[in-house]
Design a protein around this ligand. Sequence first.
Ligand code: DAH
Length: 359
Amino acid sequence: MELDALRNRYLAAVSGAGDEAALEDVRLAALGKKGEISALMATLGKMEPEARKAAGAALNVLKDEIDAALRAKKAALSDAALDARLATEWLDVTLPGRPRPRGTIHPVSQVTEEVIAIFADMGFAVAEGPQVESDWHNFDALNIPPEHPARQEHDTFFMARADGDIRPPHVLRTHTSPVQIRAMEARGAPVRIICPGRVYRMDMDQTHTPMFHQVEGLALGHDISMAHLKWTLEEFCRAFFEVPSVELRFRASHFPFTEPSAEVDIRCSWAGGQLKIGEGDSWLEILGSGMVHPKVLAAGGIDPTKWQGFAFGMGIDRIAMLKYGIPDLRAFFESDLRWLRHYGFSALDMPTVAGGLSR
Ligand code: DAH
């Protein structure tokens, strides 16, 4: 009678346990070292042999029964927990996969990265300067004094101050050359930098936009010469246009900030309306360059009797058009998605000299 009551009580407790912790409490109360059934087992030793045999068998049956109930309940509880997790973490494997990212890298960004990769490989660091630039950095320091005719050629956007006074004047930089001055001020000599970035001029037609991109180069040392300039630009063009060899033509020219100055043309062919770099009978102008003018070195705080070097400036948009056969500059800045998909680059292919620039 007493065991029947125990059985009913524990089987009810087992089936009423709401989680594994409650179930463990039931197990300890019944079968634990200090549990009720265990306590009864301990009394067997003091019984008469006959009584002990009968009581022992009955207690073992009861113990097995409770044990089996505990196990069954435990399995049911963990099944229920798994079902609950599956219900919240389900995944519809019949759904379509994620679409590929649709954004692309703009040709200007791509070409900028390509240019940086090539010059970085030759030991040039990337320098930056502000787009709203002081008139002094943009012009005077580059040997373009106020009365110099080159000022007019630059179609400058002037910044007005809130009070209407435009002195000291600031401009939207008309070229990346002022970063030469800033790099000299910040880094001194020797120095080897390039500066890619946005520049602004009041101009708009098929080959001009009010904002466009240039990359400036500057290398100063004790004996850096035109020969170094020529080698550097040839190496750059060969790597950039991804051809085995290129031929450059240095044409005497004039820039206020270099002496001597040269404009550089690259040999190309237009056979069949298709531009090919490195062969043919045509020449295409791609950049301006020269030996940094002593006055420019002095403006940058560098002693022109101790240091010399070359500089160059190149249109990024222009070399992007040439390399990737893009006919109209204005399309670069129209954000036409069809154009961007056609001319854009995969975001996952970073240009490197070793791994390939454009693939
Ligand atoms: N700053 C010139 C321009 O915008 C380009 C240029 C020419 C830069 C010759 C240079 C250089 O550094 O040496 O047209």
